[in-house]
Write a protein that binds this ligand. Structure first.
Ligand code: ZN
Length: 183
């Protein structure tokens, strides 16, 4: 018995939207992103986390706007829905991606997932950063992402606890997606 059938047996005859489906396909995707952080004088961009601009003495060195949270979430959605990854779809040496609003990448990933019949169940994000506190902006960031994703988003912040030699932001994200199967 395949794993898919095991899930299908448990969730048989689920109503998916308006369509009666015999089983449900469920997948998970993981996304990771990191950027070095530096002062504006050193070339750091405005700190932007999940589409929310945050006051910070340092910001990401990046080709696009350097929104590491949005990059990780986009890659998680692309992975879960079987799409090419962020770097393949939006190369970081392409002129059209310079200073680009990363929300455009996220919207593209949600559109691609939807076109393949995938509905996003939820997103969970962990940010490692010593330069700014995520908890202060948690609600704003979740609202900003949920607006484009249409599913619950959770975010939590951690510090490096002295393990990072350089100023950096690292983000891990997971996305769960589901779609009905007509059999
Ligand atoms: Zn990035």
């Amino acid at each position: 018995m395949s794993v898919r059938w095991s899930i299908g047996a448990i969730t048989s005859a689920i109503r998916f939207g308006e369509v009666q489906c015999t089983s449900m396909d469920i997948r998970v995707g993981h996304g990771f992103d990191s950027h070095r952080l530096t002062s504006p004088e050193g070339g750091g961009r405005q700190m932007c986390i999940g589409g929310v601009k945050i006051d910070c003495q340092v910001g990401p060195i990046a080709h696009s706007d350097g929104d590491a949270v949005t990059h990780a979430v986009t890659d998680a959605i692309l992975a879960a829905s079987g799409q090419p990854d962020l770097g393949t779809l939006f190369p970081n040496n392409a002129p059209e991606n310079e200073c680009r609003d990363s929300m455009e990448f996220l919207v593209e990933s949600v559109t691609r997932a939807s076109e393949q019949g995938w509905a996003i169940c939820n997103i969970d994000i962990t940010v490692l950063c010593d330069a700014c506190k995520i908890v202060t902006h948690k609600e704003q960031i979740c609202n900003s992402l949920q607006k484009h994703i249409g599913a619950p988003v959770n975010i939590k912040g951690k510090t490096f606890e002295g393990t990072a030699d350089i100023e950096v932001i690292e983000v891990h994200a997971v996305a769960l997606v589901q779609r009905g199967i007509h059999e």
